[in-house]
Design a protein around this ligand. Structure first.
Ligand SMILES: Nc1ncnc2c1ncn2[C@@H]1O[C@H](COP(=O)(O)OP(=O)(O)O)[C@@H](O)[C@H]1O
Ligand SMILES: [Mg+2]
Length: 365
């Protein structure tokens, strides 16, 4: 059965579901996994909804793979429990957990054709040959590999191999899909193309997916929700836009893109909201505008803050231009889309930078 879901799922819906009596499909309850004295995962509590694409994002060593291995049953927690459809799986061995798994290394059987690779999980489940063949045909079509069934993995490109790996993970209709850095081995263009494909595959199959990555762009592109991990713990969980726009901590702000952290900047940061105790002001580089020092005042000038500075650095990055602007002893990054007839500011020149007071965020350190 194919389940179609609306995508993305709104947070209100997520909250409503979390508060409802419907059990989450997957639930981590205060899970801890120690390796010696290192807590690879510490006190992890997390629910994943049916049909959701959830990404665990974090730097290397933050515990992402361990979280996935715990769910897959390849490692056992020291504390806490994992529930699938409301039932504890502590005692269920990994081979009986029935999930589809894809790792960064494609892990296809190198001596088997694409067809035989796809047939393998069905054979393991005792499916008859005719039914297997029909199912493989259908799957090859769905992932646009109709013409590749007879090839060996070594005769496929990296992207095609990863598509076969995805198809193999999906072919036995698992209740959920686990992906560990699935696009990590691909080059940039291919990765972007595969991101679009994975998103449409997820939409089509409607399968609950947990994806692990250290690539923020991938997380932002694919996910309904992102869990940011740091040193074995969850730092913040939210929908991609909310996470980018309202990071709770300095770590999240910096991990998801560039951030100007204004800790003792040498000028008063104006804001519409009161600054909570223990936080610092943060503003995204693309929210700052740059102009000549004597530029006319903006309309609604009272909604903007403006300070003078000196251009320290200009970095050209294709569609964007990045300026480092020194204001006293603080350097702010300003990011501007390149447009025709737009002024370029020279190194050492005096400029004014402006931002809307409502674009200032407060993040904890
Ligand atoms: N099998 C293991 N033995 C010992 N330490 C491990 C093992 N697996 C992971 N770790 C440690 O646990 C922490 C989290 O690792 P991991 O979950 O692989 O992080 P990530 O996938 O985010 O890079 C790291 O400090 C890592 O060194
Ligand atoms: Mg990992």
């Amino acid at each position: 059965m194919t389940v179609y879901i609306r995508n993305p799922v709104s947070l209100t819906e997520v909250n409503a579901l979390e508060q409802s009596a419907v059990p989450a499909q997957i639930e981590f309850r205060k899970v801890t996994k120690m390796y010696g004295r290192v807590a690879a995962v510490k006190d992890l509590s997390l629910t994943v909804r049916r049909g959701e694409f959830l990404t665990i994002l974090g730097p290397s060593g933050s515990g992402k793979t361990t979280a996935l291995m715990l769910l897959a049953g390849f490692v056992a927690p020291n504390e806490g429990d994992i529930l699938i459809a409301g039932n504890s799986v502590a005692a269920v061995p990994s081979y009986r957990r029935d999930q589809g798994i894809v790792f960064q290394s494609y892990a296809l059987f190198p001596h088997l054709t694409v067809r035989r690779n796809l047939e393998f999980p069905l054979e393991m489940r005792g499916m008859k040959a005719a039914e297997r063949a029909a199912r493989v045909d259908r799957m090859l079509e769905r992932v646009h590999l109709e013409d590749f069934g007879g090839r060996m993995p070594s005769q496929l490109s990296g992207g095609q191999q990863q598509r076969v790996a995805l198809a193999r993970a999906l072919i036995a209709d698992p209740p959920f899909l686990l992906l560990d850095e699935p696009l990590g081995a691909l080059d940039r263009n291919l990765r972007e193309q595969m991101q679009v494909e994975m998103k449409s595959l997820h939409k089509e199959f409607g399968i609950t997916t947990i994806c692990v990555t250290h690539d923020q762009e991938e997380a932002l592109t694919l996910s309904d929700r992102i869990v940011v991990m740091r040193a074995g713990r969850i730092e913040q969980t939210d929908a991609p836009e909310a996470l980018y726009d309202r990071p709770a901590t300095c770590f999240v702000a910096k991990f998801l893109g560039e951030a100007n952290i204004l800790e003792n900047p040498g000028f008063t940061v104006e804001s519409d909201a009161a600054q909570p105790f223990g936080t610092v002001a943060m503003i995204r580089p693309e929210r700052i505008c740059i102009s000549l020092p004597n530029a006319p005042k903006r309309a609604n000038a009272d909604q903007w803050q403006s300070v003078s500075g000196i251009v320290d650095e200009m970095i050209y990055c294709g569609p964007l231009r990045k300026y480092h602007v020194r204001v006293g002893s603080t350097v702010l990054i300003v990011r501007e889309h390149v447009a025709s007839e737009q002024q370029t500011f020279r190194l050492g020149s005096e400029v004014r930078i402006h931002w809307l007071r409502c674009d200032v965020r407060f993040v904890s350190l």
